[in-house]
Design a protein around this ligand. Structure first.
Ligand code: SAM
Length: 298
């Protein structure tokens, strides 16, 4: 193996700079070589939760002074960090997991450093949204590769249903984050608010031991979650197909879906879709897409 320190250190990391460092979303080995190098170089590491970051550092054999910067003290803490940066220190900022600022704190600190004329440098790395999108396949073809990052939907049922109704019209894919205690409600709300054949990628426990990324229709998702009691435990990122994925071909109705499911149990996806289309009059392409989605969710 080549000397990783020289790979990561072959770039200058000026003093008086705020480094925004992405950290793993599960598997500690996803910490990049540059992230490791800069965390080791930092005079202090500002973080969302000192215990959490302390654990990460001890796993990679680093010890650095930690400063808590979370959503409740970000403004005041940012002021103190800006003073330290102005005095020539290197400060790294990490959130609990993934990329800071993406459904995580970090924005105020970045603004404060920039307003003080201090350099802010990103060290890219893991993010649950990008990881899920990278395996979303053709869902990204709808809307010519565009996607909308939504983050967490509103927690109140009415506001959540309204948000889904608005998002339903997007021609391209959209990405949601969801916590374990709300995943069942959110999957039910998606099933209720979107056409039954709309495809959904469920990124569960990415990079962890029980990682899975099944693709299914929104109509199937609540039953998938309920099928195993442990499923609701875990972290979830969802990629919902854009309206262009199914709208123009007309979603197969419940009868067509039932016939397809029966045939799929016995036949390859293409053959099952063709026969289901002949029997029910539904669109072959739509049925084939559905068949592939169901196979992916097996
Ligand atoms: N900043 C993070 C990022 O870049 O992905 C996101 C932080 S947000 C507070 C936490 C949410 O991200 C979780 O509730 C979950 O929806 C998603 N998430 C984080 N880690 C994940 C994982 N390993 N698998 C699936 N989703 C994950």
């Amino acid at each position: 193996m080549s000397d990783w320190i020289s790979l990561a250190a072959g770039q200058s990391y000026p003093a008086g700079t705020l480094y925004i460092v992405a950290t793993p979303i599960g598997n500690v080995a996803d910490l990049s070589l540059r992230a490791l190098h800069v965390l080791g170089l930092a005079d202090a590491i500002a973080c969302e939760d000192t215990r959490n970051t302390g654990q990460l550092l001890s796993r990679v054999g680093l010890q650095r002074p930690l400063v808590a910067v979370h959503e409740h003290n970000e403004r005041e803490a940012a002021g103190r960090i800006v003073q330290r940066l102005a005095a020539g220190e290197r400060i790294a900022y990490v959130s609990d997991a993934g990329t800071p600022g993406i459904s995580d704190p970090g924005a105020r600190l970045v603004e404060a450093a920039r307003a003080a004329g201090l350099p802010v440098v990103p060290l890219p790395g893991p993010s649950a949204a990008v990881a899920a999108l990278s395996v979303a396949g053709e869902m990204l073809d709808t809307g010519a590769g565009r996607f909308t990052f939504v983050g967490f939907l509103p927690s109140k049922a009415k506001a959540r249903a309204e948000a889904i109704a608005t998002l339903a019209a997007l021609d391209h894919a959209w990405v949601l984050y969801e916590a374990p205690h709300r995943i069942a409600e959110t999957l039910a709300a998606l099933a209720a608010g979107l056409p039954a054949a709309r495809r959904l990628l469920i990124g569960r426990e990415l990079t962890k031991l029980f990682e899975e990324t099944p693709v299914m229709t929104v109509a199937e998702a609540p039953a998938w979650l309920a099928a195993e009691a442990t499923r609701a435990k875990g972290e979830f990122v969802l990629v919902v197909e854009g309206a262009a994925g199914t709208a123009h071909i007309g979603a197969p109705d419940a009868e067509a879906q039932r016939v397809l499911a029966l045939l799929l149990a016995e036949l390859p996806a293409k053959r099952a879709a063709k026969l289901a289309a002949a029997i029910t009059g539904a669109d072959t392409d739509a049925l084939y897409k559905l068949a592939l989605a169901q196979r992916g969710g097996d």
